[in-house]
Design a protein around this ligand. Structure first.
Ligand SMILES: [Zn+2]
Length: 163
């Protein structure tokens, strides 16, 4: 199973980056997987993650990076999270993984001001990422509507061409 098979609905560039990262990581002896909610997220899922993070942080179970709902690359299919499941999971291992990112067209959360070692995203602004995502989903919607109209035309033609 390719890593991108766990990333349904993300941008093609994101899926390609994930598979290239996976390949490069295998070269270093790492096996990667995608955690729950590690790919495309709805705004509701992002809100849920933020709530869990706040509870975890408030109860001393650990604070971690979660972008506010409406400002996450995950919501525009331009990011994914990975876990190293074998080959090592220390900070140095995640840094080694992060250092692969530029060569596969990605930006690593490891180097964010608030480090997010599991996170990778396309190297562009959030606005650019969401524009790409909107173009892609709008394109699919237009394509789907056009197909529906053609099918309707065929059905109407068929119905009226009967003797
Ligand atoms: Zn992330």
């Amino acid at each position: 199973m390719s890593l991108s098979s766990f990333l349904q609905g993300v941008l093609p560039q994101t899926a390609a980056g994930a598979d290239a990262l996976d390949q490069a990581a295998q070269g270093l002896g790492y096996t990667l997987s995608v955690p729950d909610f590690g790919g495309l997220r709805t705004e509701a899922q992002q809100t849920q993650l933020q709530t869990w993070e706040q509870q975890s942080c408030a109860t001393g179970q650990g604070c971690y990076a979660v972008a506010p709902p409406g400002s996450s690359f995950h919501e525009c299919g331009a990011a994914f999270d990975v876990q190293i499941v074998s080959g090592g999971s220390s900070d140095a291992d995640y840094r080694a993984l992060a250092d692969l990112a530029p060569s596969v067209g990605l930006r690593a959360g490891y180097y964010f001001a608030q480090s997010d070692p599991f996170h990778f995203e396309l190297p562009m602004s959030l606005a650019q990422a969401c524009q790409l995502y909107n173009q892609q989903t709008t394109g699919l919607a237009i394509g789907g509507s056009a197909l529906a109209l053609v099918l309707l035309g065929v059905v109407v033609w068929w119905a009226y061409s009967k003797p």
